[in-house]
Design a protein around this ligand. Structure first.
Ligand code: N01
Length: 541
């Protein structure tokens, strides 16, 4: 039995059964589940509150692109029934309210240390325990470590000469001031046109006197199709929750979806148009899954691209601007498709100017503006919507030292090496949530977190039932899994884009497609089968 006495409120144990790093959706549920299983758990969180990315990403327009009914915990029927989502796609403030509600409702805060960053996680090979150190000087000894640091939590600050010298405000979308920013009457520059930029640009354009959007790569975006939920909508959702969750756990991306029952290449022109139109009207990211083979071949992908281009050109007044906003360098859906509310229409406004960095790259930034090779832009504020050092960036910042003194960073020098995304050879009892080697960012992260946490909790129960100390991935199982992930990705168009899925946005990162593309339901079955087979591929020590 792993359990020992529970820490009393307000005191911080130095000996626990599990340390969880991060109090986002995965970390909060890990605390709830492991504590319910009788473990002493300590969560360590850098922020001053729960919510993970939803604590930090407070930029105007921030909203989830997974439906709120799905992007919420399924572990408690009472929670599902009592919480009322106000919109189809929840805003960041509403998601953060939900996270806080969960923390209160399940009394999570007493076991979370806020405002504290984990710095080192070091294995004691003899004792098979981990020593976790923090920036505040705390040292915690633990048997298990659950890394719930989030695949999109380490902001990417672009390396642009003179950025530090800018005297107006500089705001990264992932570190937005809690008090908000008033752009009224200001000349604003936004660098970056990914999901964050595309969500915030229309909002900033409404406030700013002048907005210059600095675009390096054009991106595919589809209307989000957000609508308020009525009492009747909520009642229908709640009445059907059990079935909805069942379908979600079997689905490709963690929310119910049925693709058109035919290949895009077998469908007639009329059928293609009808199917795309239906999906377009519904809105949201599932447009990129309208047909089952949409990211499997260029020919199939082109059917979606052509439809998309027609739709987008139709709403942009200036054909030259439209041309710049149409991606030419990747297939639709091979980078995370963005969702928006009037993004392309924003370029019809008189106060919005698109700067094409492909033609005229930024040379430098100084106290008062941005200098490109073509022109100078005087600015009062600069927004960096430049994304994240995704998937591995947050773990790289931790000094994680496993067997033989090897760091995780060293073990992953050629790209992440995991077994099932959950475990790394040489790092016993250290589990990674929703990171590389799992479906990760290709799925609804809340249900994915539950899937992972439940698997880890069951594995711990298995160890205890067998009087074993630790679970450790075998090197051959890791090699096979990495190969399987690579092969599955290579059978699609996904690795062909210069996306953050392959680390292409961060100079020096090895080019490896990091998420498992086989689908959430398939992945769930694989990890369940491994457990049922007595943790095949693991050493049970
Ligand atoms: O980041 P991104 P994001 N000079 O990496 C540009 C999730 N998310 O924060 O493509 C000039 O997608 C970069 O250009 P390029 C979602 O999974 C979800 O927007 O590298 N430009 C790109 O345009 C998403 O995919 C939601 O050429 C530079 C942009 O910055 C993920 O988070 C909302 C540059 C970065 O785009 C990341 O999205 C928000 C430079 N030096 C985020 N460096 C929803 O749920 C970078 N760029 C809706």
């Amino acid at each position: 039995m792993s359990a020992s006495t529970s820490a009393s409120a307000g005191t911080e144990p130095t000996e626990v059964d599990a340390v969880v790093v991060g109090a986002g959706f995965a970390g909060m549920y890990a605390l709830h589940r492991l504590r319910a299983d009788g473990l002493r758990v300590r969560v360590i969180e850098a922020a001053d509150g729960v919510g993970g990315v939803w604590y930090w990403n407070r930029y105007p327009g921030a909203r989830c692109d997974v439906e709120s009914v799905d992007y919420s915990y399924s572990f408690s029927e009472e929670l599902q029934q009592e919480w009322d989502w106000s919109e189809k796609y929840a805003t960041q403030p509403e998601i953060l309210r939900y996270a806080n509600h969960v923390a209160d409702r399940f009394d999570l805060r007493r076991d979370i240390t806020f405002g504290t960053r984990v710095t080192d996680i070091v294995l004691d090979e003899q004792a098979l325990r981990w020593e976790v150190r923090t920036g505040s000087g705390d040292v915690v000894s633990t048997r298990f470590v659950v890394l719930a640091v989030g695949p999109l939590s380490n902001a990417n600050i672009p390396d642009i000469a003179g950025l530090d010298s800018f005297e107006g405000g500089v705001f990264h979308t992932a570190h937005w001031p809690h008090e908000g920013v008033d752009f009224t009457g200001k000349r604003v520059g936004v660098i970056g046109t990914g999901s964050s930029g595309i969500q915030t640009i229309p909002c900033i354009a409404e406030q700013a006197a002048q907005l210059h959007v600095f675009q390096r790569s054009a991106n595919y975006s589809v209307p989000a199709g957000n609508v308020p939920l009525s009492d009747a909508d909520r009642a229908a959702q709640k009445a059907n929750y059990a079935e909805r969750r069942r379908l979600s756990f079997l689905s490709g991306g963690g929310s119910p979806h049925e693709a058109h029952p035919k290949s895009a290449l077998e469908a007639s022109e009329e059928e293609l148009r009808e199917a795309y139109e239906r999906r377009w009207q519904l809105g949201g990211v599932l447009f990129s899954k309208t047909f089952p083979d949409q990211v499997l071949s260029t020919e199939a992908n082109d059917t979606a691209r052509i439809f998309w281009e027609e739709k987008v050109r139709a709403v942009i007044d200036d054909p030259a601007v439209a041309e710049l906003l149409i991606p030419k360098d990747h297939a639709i859906g091979t980078k995370r498709i963005c969702t928006d509310a009037n993004y392309f229409q924003t370029y019809n406004r008189d106060n919005v100017n698109l700067v094409n960095l492909k033609a005229t790259p930024i040379e430098s930034i100084d106290a008062t503006g941005v200098q490109t090779t073509g022109e100078r832009y005087e600015l009062d504020a600069l927004v960096l919507a430049t994304g994240f050092d995704a998937m591995t960036g947050s773990m790289d910042k931790l000094n994680i030292v496993g067997r033989g003194g090897q760091t995780l960073k060293q073990a992953w020098a050629a790209g992440p090496q995991t077994y099932l995304g959950l475990s790394v050879a040489g790092f016993p009892n250290l589990f990674n949530m929703t990171g590389p080697g799992s479906v990760s960012v290709l799925a609804n992260m809340v249900l994915h977190s539950e899937l992972h946490v439940n698997w880890v909790a069951d594995a711990i129960a298995h160890l205890d039932a067998h009087g074993a100390a630790a679970l450790e991935a075998r090197p051959d199982a890791v090699a096979d899994w990495v190969q399987e992930c690579t092969d599955r990705a290579a059978a699609t168009l996904m690795p062909t884009a210069n996306s953050w899925y392959v680390g292409a946005n961060i100079p020096g990162r090895p080019r490896v497609f990091m998420p498992f593309v086989g689908g959430f339901g398939v992945y769930g079955q694989i990890i369940a089968d491994v457990a049922a087979a007595g943790y095949k591929g693991f050493d049970v020590i």
